[in-house]
Design a protein around this ligand. Structure first.
Ligand SMILES: [Zn+2]
Length: 290
């Protein structure tokens, strides 16, 4: 069976504030015709997702991650683009493997409502197009070896990924009264169960972040805010922060350069730095010839 790539049927533009800079940002998602891949990953479909900023292009791949402090920032010496994770998750949710993301204004992907849902809706409204993936120029030697269980740890934080099954397990701890949030979600239902979960923040941290020049665009329109009594504005799910943490992992994992449909993920107190480490470990296995 010929593998099938998926791109957008037409260009979509999205604009809004950047959560970290507070400045207006605009992106365009353009269809991208697949070209013959030079290499195939050991599992999944090779993606061609590229960012274009300041007349400079770079791939949406793990080896272009330049910062993971508050968001995932991609770039190189010539250009940078911040907060790519919710858009990357939306591309994964909709199965888009080929896309050119043009930064038209600002230095960030707009935060929109703080979740992946507006990106998913815009992609669905534009429609998608499935195209047979051109044959690679040379077939690399495929390894028959089973993938390992990928694992990264930092103190109490832990991530594990197995390339079979279809479940996301998550665990986080929030201050009382919210406390522990833990749960399991099916990958098949993740577009409905995970994509709408918004970024969250703590009311007492907002001032500290703003003093560091961060979260300047954060507001009740694009974040779930937590204070000492619980949720400050209405939550979409009782465990919305847990679901959002899993959304971030999915977006960061999609920087591995391959579209994977079947996996099991265990995420205990995940964060962008650890997510990036897991993605690097996965990518090294996917793209290193055995
Ligand atoms: Zn996020």
């Amino acid at each position: 069976m010929t593998p099938t790539a998926r791109t957008l049927a037409e260009t979509v533009r999205l604009s809004g504030v950047g959560i970290h800079t507070g400045a207006p940002c605009e992106i365009a998602l353009h269809p991208l015709e697949p070209t013959a891949p030079t290499q195939l990953p050991k599992r999944g479909l090779p993606t061609q997702i590229r960012f274009h900023a300041n007349a400079h292009a770079f791939p949406a791949r793990w080896n272009y991650i330049v910062d993971t402090t508050r968001a995932t920032v991609l770039g190189d010496a010539a250009a940078r683009i911040s907060t790519v994770e919710h858009l990357m998750a939306a591309l994964w949710f909709t199965g888009i493997t080929h896309c050119l993301i043009e930064l038209l204004r600002g230095a960030e992907v707009p935060i929109l409502d703080g979740s992946a849902q507006p990106f998913v809706e815009a992609i669905c409204a534009a429609g998608t197009r499935d195209i047979p993936l051109p044959e690679p120029r040379a077939f690399p030697a495929q390894s028959s070896s089973e993938p390992p269980v990928f694992q990264v740890r930092d103190g109490e934080r832990f991530l594990a990924l197995q390339l079979s099954g279809s479940t996301l397990f998550g665990y986080i701890e929030l201050p009382p009264p919210l406390g522990v949030q833990a749960g399991a979600f099916s990958l098949a239902e993740s577009r409905a169960q995970i994509a709408p979960a918004r970024t969250f923040g703590f009311l007492h941290e907002v001032e500290a972040l703003r003093q560091r020049g961060l979260a300047l665009g954060g507001s009740l329109e694009n974040a779930l805010v937590i204070n000492e009594t619980g949720y400050y504005n209405p939550a979409r799910f009782a465990d919305e922060p847990l679901r959002h943490k899993l959304l971030d992992v999915l977006g960061d994992l999609y920087l591995c350069g391959a579209y994977l449909q079947a996996f099991t993920l265990v995420a205990v107190k995940p964060g962008h730095t650890l997510n990036a480490q897991l993605t690097c470990q996965l990518a090294q296995w996917l793209w290193t010839e055995a």
